[in-house]
Design a protein around this ligand. Sequence first.
Ligand SMILES: [Zn+2]
Length: 623
Amino acid sequence: MSNGRGGIPNEVVEEIISRSDIVSVVGQYVQFTKSSGQNQFGLCPFHSEDTPSFSVSVNKQIYYCFGCHKGGNVVNFIMEIEHLSYIEALKFLAEKAGVTIPEPDDANYRKEEQLRKRLKQVLLEAARYYYKSFKSEKGEEARKYLQKRAITPSTATKFGLGYAPNEWSGLYNHLVSKGFTQQEIQKSGLFVTKNGKTFDLFRGRLMFPIFNAMGELIAFGGRIIGDGQPKYVNSPETPIYSKQRNLYALNFAKQAKMKRIIVVEGYMDVISMHQAGVTNAVASLGTALTERQLDLLERYCEEVVLFYDSDRAGQNAAVRGLKMLMERKKKHTGMTTQVRVAKVPNGKDPDEFIREFGKEEFAKVVEQAVPVLDYLVDSAHRQSMESGRFDAVVFQQLISTYLSWEDNMILRERAAYKAAQILGVSAQSVMSEVGKLSSQTHQEAITRSQKEVEKQTQILPERKSSETATRDELVLVCLLSALGSEYDKFVETYGDEPLETDFTMGSMRTIARQILPVLKEGKLDANRLLLAGDNLILNQRPAGATLSEALMSVKYGDDVNSLFAHTKDYLYRVRMNVYTKQKDMLAKRLDVMPEGPDRDATESLLRSTLLYLTELKKKMGKR
Ligand SMILES: [Zn+2]
């Protein structure tokens, strides 16, 4: 098997696509109200509209929206609508279509994958155990605690809350009785080993199951019932859990399909918020928001609003997290997700606030969230008041540091103005302090962005060259994709075939390079064509969208003969175009070229180009 994307063999990718009929897959999300020929029309799920401009082609197995210009094959559709990566979308479809994705042919990988599967089963069994204890007599204190926090039984069930009894080996004995091995038990993250003996990690705690974005149980958090330390204990890192890469309740929040996601610190905050109807809230699992977590959030929303606890520990974590955010903004200039910071009034937790004042008041607090730098100026003010009186030196130092993290001059000056008001000095003097610090960081930023550009061009060498295609080229590749197994007959009929050099340099030629071998095997179709455009830009849009549009609008003729004739016409038009451009370029060059061997060579090239063009014109005249 040839190796495809992300370790999934190409054969399997094709099987998944061919077994996932686009009409029935899209039909889960879109109601088709009209059909014309082979196309079904419905209201677009990606933009709001009153008349259907979203179409699905039954025979080409692609979709395209004439309103917002989104388009592609069934995998692209699932990526777009479920906010999944390419691999995740394939897995999603594979499951629905009943296709098994073989694991990479590596004994180690298979062993680890097997262990990960078993660990998930351990956690599920543990969740059942905690849930049973919660419902039993032992769980009375836990239930009372939730009642006190005004969490309803149905909310508790939705989040799968449980109770770990105050016993040393209750869960351990339970799992052994269920047949789990010592290795599986040890690696689950639910136990501690002391002096060769294994004990339950969570004892006398309210249990919060932690799910990944796909809804799989991967870890637990536990809160002590009553007094005692530490208040919260979480699963350590395990083969299936990394706290930096997950967000609590993201599996629920993503279903809200809102443009904004709210990030709070605690489990209880999230649960209260969901219960109050704020269903787009997640928690950062006891760390300041990490870069990985932000990557994850960017898939699901356009704006992130952060809430931090008002205690001092919370503030320090906040500042660390915010520095990361600002550095990240410098690295990703194309980043579209906005980040703002919100403060709950009167030093309350979001949980307390929403219970007391409700959803509407909370929405107002979210609306008042401020840009990151503004939040930092406030934070510097608070920190410089810690001794009980305002310490201008501390304030100035903090402000200089924070402002130097910001590259945008306008934002920086606005924040400097705010700081100057607090200090009672001019904004200019604040800026000159910042200048001393940031001349170094500015240089660092330049070096960093240079490296970034180099890295990008390495990954996407084609991005540097032309990203445009002519209308004729687009029509031609669509016609070629309709030839399928008739290709050999086409070549026989006209004694000619498309070449890489017929296409414009850049994206279009990259696509040609990939489809021509498939075409020769008689296996090119719309799907293969779209696959070739993956990750490329064509006419200012993702190539998939541009190609889908062309596939939807090209007329193929009624039978094989007219398809052949069309294809031949467009092949020669495209070729004509390329050679005409070459002719013009050579003529221009000759205008300024001195006598010599170079000029002779160019002249001879121009002559043969002209000759070829005459030949082409003759061929084009023939039917
Ligand atoms: Zn649309």
